[in-house]
Design a protein around this ligand. Sequence first.
Ligand code: HEC
Length: 146
Amino acid sequence: MKLAAVTAAVVILAIARPAAADPRQLVELPGPMQQHMMANMREHLKALEDILGALAAGDVTSAGDIAESRIGMSSLDSHGAAHMAPFMPQPMQAMGTAMHRAASRLGIVAADAEVEHSYDAQRKVFAALQELTAACNACHASYRIR
Ligand code: HEC
């Protein structure tokens, strides 16, 4: 009985507690641009999946090509980056650029690893991949669009 009362109190407290304020800055984008941005985001995550798949298959060249063409500096046009950037605060734009650069760096270290075939070169590929995901997370920690 006592346990039930304590459980009930905990449940009530958990429900009644006001939601913690969301610390991320809201960036207001016009509706169609929100959809475009979220579609880009889902494509970025799919690209990460495909990069990991290529690495798992031992195909470091494809991993690098995917990084460069789908998230790297060569992907800016296909993502409509020039069109979206003016709607973003300057630090957010910089975080976007940092992500594209990190992906292009991954493309370069992957090409190196294909030539070197060493443990060290492989480790650099993982380090570059982690820098890329860190760039995703840096922006996610700071901004929301809804
Ligand atoms: C310049 C900022 C920025 C960068 C860099 C960034 N994102 Fe996002 N992402 C956002 C914002 C803002 C949202 C919307 C969050 C919200 O409103 O709750 C989002 C949402 C998402 C979503 C949810 C999409 C949906 O349909 O719900 C995914 C998945 C995602 N991002 C993946 C990624 C991946 C993977 C990377 C890195 C390769 C990345 N993002 C890099 C800003 C960024």
